[in-house]
Design a protein around this ligand. Structure first.
Ligand SMILES: [Mn+2]
Length: 330
């Protein structure tokens, strides 16, 4: 068999997710930061949200398993992110004190500080939503090379506010999945005035559930408001809110409808979540903005259906966020 044939065979096999070593999107796996524009990073952390089964640390492995077949071109933007940017799988954040949330958040911050110092833009796969607090401590605010010392404008797509300021701790976790959206504002990592929470929904325990978000200064579009505003106006509102600051995107999979994302930690079954088309369009509101990173959180692989639907949806969202960053590099 000629060398040419061997290469062709390998190219064909490489389109199968189940063939070969499962790195994110079949990217080069390297723990060295060098020669990287965009890094996929796994954050196998689950002690920031103890409210449900504690399997969110299995998220990165599950997305690595299925994402190989989603190494594709971007049809709408008509470009191949893989050809314009150096995109690598930088492995998982080491979390040797996995059962100690605060120690993990500290380790996550230290890991991401190194990426920021090298101007590497991370797309992270969690892990529960507390990882966003750790990541932003590493890459945003004073001293950040990725934001030029600025706070970020946050695009936060989620069923929940994550601004539970009134709780001292969340089942023992302080820098928790319920707190990050508050303390990141107070620590100067998120500029709430230029940040927006989209997709909040469900019957909540108290009627003043949005007050902490408004008090912090966030713009808010609940699911009910989204249904009235419509997609086009919501996208306009996202654009006008984020402005010209560095943008960070955090995507909690529970913003999606449970029928397409059943494997999430805090299901909101009482009213429709976003369809995947809607979610992708909301992310595309940042096209051309200075996106410095993003994350996908709250995947619970042990609750997924046999064809790994939620993991595949998570990979599709990761592809979309990565593409927003690559678009600016091309
Ligand atoms: Mn969340």
């Amino acid at each position: 068999m000629s060398k040419n044939h061997e290469e062709q065979d390998k190219l064909m096999m490489n389109t199968m997710y189940w063939w070969g070593i499962p790195s994110f999107f079949k990217c080069n796996f390297q723990e060295n930061i060098e020669n990287t524009d965009i890094a996929f990073v796994g954050v196998p952390h689950s002690t920031g949200n103890g409210t449900t089964e504690r399997d969110q640390h299995l998220g990165p492995r599950a997305v690595r398993h299925v994402s190989g077949s989603l190494r594709r071109v971007h049809m709408k933007y008509e470009f191949s992110p893989w050809e314009v940017a150096r995109i690598n799988d930088l492995g998982d954040v080491p979390l040797p004190e996995a059962n100690n949330n605060e120690a993990c958040i500290r380790d996550i911050s230290n890991f991401y500080k190194k990426l920021s110092d090298s101007q590497v833009k991370p797309v992270s796969i969690g892990g529960d939503h507390s990882i966003t607090g750790g990541i932003l401590r590493g890459i945003s605010g004073k001293g950040s090379k990725l934001t030029d010392g600025q706070s970020v404008s946050l695009l936060h797509i989620d069923a929940h506010t994550d601004t539970f300021d009134n709780l001292d701790h969340f089942l023992g976790a302080r820098d928790s999945a319920a707190h990050w959206a508050s303390f990141c504002v107070r620590e100067g990592l998120i500029n709430a005035e230029t940040s927006i929470q989209v997709g909040l929904r469900g019957n909540t325990r108290t009627l003043d559930w949005l007050k902490p978000s408004y008090d912090l200064g966030y713009k808010v579009v609940t699911m009910d408001e989204y249904k009235k505003l419509g997609l086009v106006q919501t996208v306009e509102k996202i654009k006008s809110t984020l402005g010209s600051k560095p943008v960070y995107i955090t995507f909690d999979l529970d913003c999606l409808d449970p029928t397409i994302a059943p494997a999430v930690s805090n299901l909101e079954p009482g009213c429709n979540g976003f369809s995947i088309d809607e979610a992708i369009s909301l992310i595309q509101a940042v096209k051309g903005l200075n996106v410095i990173g993003g994350d996908i959180v709250c995947l619970m692989p042990t609750k997924d259906n046999p064809n790994n639907m939620t993991s595949m949806v998570a990979a599709s969202v990761a592809f979309e966020i990565m593409s927003q960053i690559a678009w600016n590099i091309k």
